[in-house]
Design a protein around this ligand. Structure first.
Ligand SMILES: NC(=O)c1ccc[n+]([C@@H]2O[C@H](COP(=O)([O-])OP(=O)(O)OC[C@H]3O[C@@H](n4cnc5c(N)ncnc54)[C@H](OP(=O)(O)O)[C@@H]3O)[C@@H](O)[C@H]2O)c1
Length: 275
């Protein structure tokens, strides 16, 4: 039997390892989705200092997988620099909201796409996006990108795939970077029914670099990322929205919410209320 695992924060109840005591808060990349579990102390990433001034769910958001994916995408593969024109899809999701703020901190002009007008407002008013559009309303993506990127796209952080990727490839500048974080619009289809992208040829003429990545391949950079992100959080330069579902019974509902526009930011499950 395989147990579903998730990046999580947990409280130590008992430990045979003297480095850990009852009550310690720990971070682990592979907690079973369960109310209680036994894990070898060697797999724990680190202890969390609850007095550090960072709210615990943030270790799963800005300081967790989405924040790290945003950092790898924008800073490592996207090579964000002042003046770059950056486009981020699924911009109000866990990855997108952090990616936009990181790109702004690096001096980019940042535009996002998302699925509702409320999320467009959130991106502009809370997350500092220069502009954003609702892809359910501006359905001609090519026209939308002509409007929002009169000077072309230098970085596209790809989260959705399909028609959005095709439209982006018509607007990339020479040597554009396309870090491919995900393609959520294509996940629930068998591969023969997924949308094809007809203009991949543009990658040649524009000498664009499109590169898929998994955060698990960048763990040697996790400590660098943590130092930088904790600094941004403490200085109030980056923030995130977190949707917390209560109780392990909410797992299926919370997972389903990723595939609709129903929630803002990072989805977290609080499996047990602290007593
Ligand atoms: N490579 C890695 O290591 C890595 C790590 C983490 C995440 N990821 C990937 O990165 C992407 C973003 O992750 P996340 O954590 O930010 O996700 P998230 O918080 O779960 O956001 C998902 C958002 O995607 C949008 N969406 C859902 N279905 C869509 C569709 N058919 N077309 C367009 N947008 C759709 C929805 O927002 P709207 O309201 O905007 O539609 C939804 O809220 C995902 O593809 C995920 O699989 C990759």
């Amino acid at each position: 039997m395989h147990v579903i695992t998730a990046f999580g924060v947990g409280r130590v109840m008992r430990s045979k390892d003297e480095k850990y005591s009852e009550g310690d808060i720990v971070l682990n990349a592979f907690f079973p989705v369960a109310e209680y579990c036994v894990v070898p102390s060697s797999v724990l990433i680190r202890k969390i200092d609850p007095e550090a001034g960072i709210r615990l769910p943030e270790y799963l958001s800005c300081l967790g997988v989405p924040g790290f994916a945003a950092w790898v995408g924008i800073e490592v593969l996207g090579e964000a620099k002042p003046g770059s024109n950056a486009f981020i899809s699924a911009a109000a999701g866990g990855v997108g909201m952090v990616a936009g703020q990181l790109a702004k901190l690096k001096g980019c002009r940042v535009i996002g796409s998302t699925g509702s007008d409320a999320k467009v407002r959130l991106l502009k008013e809370e997350f500092g996006y220069d502009d954003a559009f609702n892809y359910n309303k501006e359905t001609d993506f090519d026209a939308a990108l002509s409007k929002y990127f009169p000077n072309g796209i230098d970085i596209y952080l790809e989260n959705v795939g399909g028609k959005m990727l095709e439209a982006v490839l018509n607007h990339v500048n020479p040597h554009a970077r396309i870090p491919v974080c995900g393609m959520i619009s294509q996940y629930n289809q068998i591969w023969t029914e997924r949308e094809g992208v007809r203009n991949l040829l543009n990658i040649v003429g524009k000498e664009a670099r499109m590169e898929g990545f998994l955060v698990s391949s960048y763990l040697d950079r996790f400590a660098d990322f943590t130092v930088e992100m904790e600094d941004y959080l403490k200085q109030g330069k980056i923030s995130s929205k977190i949707k917390i579902y209560e109780g392990i019974q909410s797992f299926v509902e919370s997972l389903g919410s990723l595939f609709s526009s129903s929630k803002f930011g990072k989805v977290v499950i609080e499996v047990n209320k602290p007593r």
